[in-house]
Design a protein around this ligand. Structure first.
Ligand code: C5P
Length: 421
């Protein structure tokens, strides 16, 4: 399962394809952009249609392809001005020398050149041409003009060309172009979240996954926690503008985009890193980890050999990480989790007080449809008494949606007037 926020919702890309052999790569580019979650509309110049048909792009983009400037039928659907407004990015790939020249002088004699003048969206061009045409003084002059006009030029790759030449002029691979576009929107999204997000300016530390308590060099005690809830929360906190540190026990999950991850194994290591995070400055501490309550009193230096019918291993109590952090003088806003099989509310409320938490989210792990290994969860959230906030029922939803609602609950509590104790 991936928590990468690579899917950018509701962003519109107008992909303009001009005449060049690299136009075949643009078909794959449409696929990659769609995979990343973009809405794509394709504009083709006349030259492009000599290399590849509009039908291909229509099928791949799921939208009609725009080819004419003054076609009454097309204008009745989405006219060029509407298309110019619809675009969050105008990406011209491949961009021929002819198109670059038209852009540079401001010609408006076809749909694309008109669109270029009519749009307020950023414009990216990915020139692709014969290496000699790329090097030509006029092309370079036009490119300089476009850069001065604020156009982003994606440099062509060097290599063997369809015409047999070797040199600069190849359009970068579709995967590479799609990645650059995605990163651009991520950065823009991040800049907004850092300024206006619900957790903007906060450092959130999250413990996640199980801990592993060694018995000997090859064996350990652990549990079935997958870390999904903690990883979803890390992604949601990052999306809300926070700086996020994820202290992860052994799990097989990808690190969410933008999140700093520190891997640990045992509860003692998890506590050690958690305390270090307090020194770094931590505003919100979220304990989702299923920390082993006990560890082996004396870890054997060598593999324990089979002998006799019984083996006794003595266990000692592990530190309670969340409770230890909550006791510190400069404590962050503390969020705990409780997994219960009965008396949900009573036990959760008890833990909230006993561990001195600000908020606790509890779920019923006796339900087979939610919890540990599941992709879904349902929770009840309680706030410490001084917040005087009603408990919240978070109905069954994906762990991502639950994480989003938990971020909202944290935000609301942080902005709530606290009754003096
Ligand atoms: O006491 P219990 O294990 O049910 O408490 C659960 C909450 O306490 C969770 O937030 C869990 O991450 C945290 N915890 C901890 N250190 C422990 C045990 C639990 O931080 N040793």
């Amino acid at each position: 399962m991936s928590f990468d926020l690579s899917v950018i919702p509701n962003k519109n890309i107008v992909l303009a394809v001009t005449g060049g052999i690299a136009a075949y790569k643009s078909a794959i580019l449409v696929r990659r952009l769609k995979d990343a979650g973009f809405n794509v509309r394709v504009v083709m110049t006349q030259g492009a249609q000599a290399f590849i048909t509009p039908l291909t792009f229509q099928a791949l983009s799921g939208n009609p392809v725009h080819t004419e400037l003054l076609n009454p039928e097309a204008e009745a659907g989405m006219g060029h001005i509407e298309l110019a407004r619809w675009a969050d990015l105008l990406l011209v790939a491949p961009a021929s020398c002819n198109t670059l020249a038209k852009f540079a002088v401001g010609l408006a004699d076809d749909l694309l050149s008109t669109l270029y003048l009519a749009t307020k969206s950023p414009v990216w061009v990915a020139p692709a041409m014969n290496q000699q045409m790329w090097a030509a003084k006029a092309t370079q002059r036009n490119l300089n003009t476009l850069v001065e006009d604020g156009v982003h030029v994606i440099m062509p790759d060097a290599g063997s060309q369809a015409c047999g030449d070797v040199g600069l002029g190849r359009m970068p691979e579709p995967e590479d172009l799609a990645r650059q576009v995605t990163q651009y929107f991520h950065k823009a999204q991040r800049a907004i979240a850092e300024k206006f997000g619900m957790l903007a300016g906060k450092h959130v530390v999250i413990t996640a996954g199980p801990t592993r308590e060694a018995i000997d060099p090859v064996r350990y005690i652990s549990n079935h926690s997958t870390g999904k809830m903690g990883f979803s929360l890390a992604a949601a906190c990052y999306a809300a503008g926070a700086k996020v540190t994820l202290i992860a026990g052994p799990v097989s999950l990808d690190t969410p985009n933008g999140v700093r991850r520190i891997n640990v194994s045992s509860a003692v290591q998890m506590l050690d890193i958690s305390m270090k995070m307090l020194d770094e400055g931590c505003d919100i501490f979220i304990a989702t980890a299923a920390v082993a309550d006990y560890r082996v009193a004396e870890v054997a230096e060598h593999k324990i050999k089979k002998a006799g019918d019984e083996l006794n291993v003595s266990l000692i109590k592990n530190p309670d990480i969340v409770a230890t952090i909550a006791q510190q003088q400069k404590r962050p806003f503390m969020v705990g989790f409780a997994a219960e099989t009965r008396n949900l509310e009573e036990y959760a409320a008890g833990k909230l007080v006993a561990k001195k938490l600000d908020m606790i989210a509890c779920n019923d792990v006796s339900r087979p449809d939610i919890g540990f290994a599941s992709d879904e969860n349902a929770m009840i959230v309680f706030f410490a008494e001084q917040y005087q906030m009603q408990k919240r029922d978070l109905e069954k939803a994906s762990k991502q949606e639950i994480a989003q609602q938990l971020v909202e609950a944290i935000h609301d509590a942080l902005h709530h007037e606290i009754e003096p104790v």
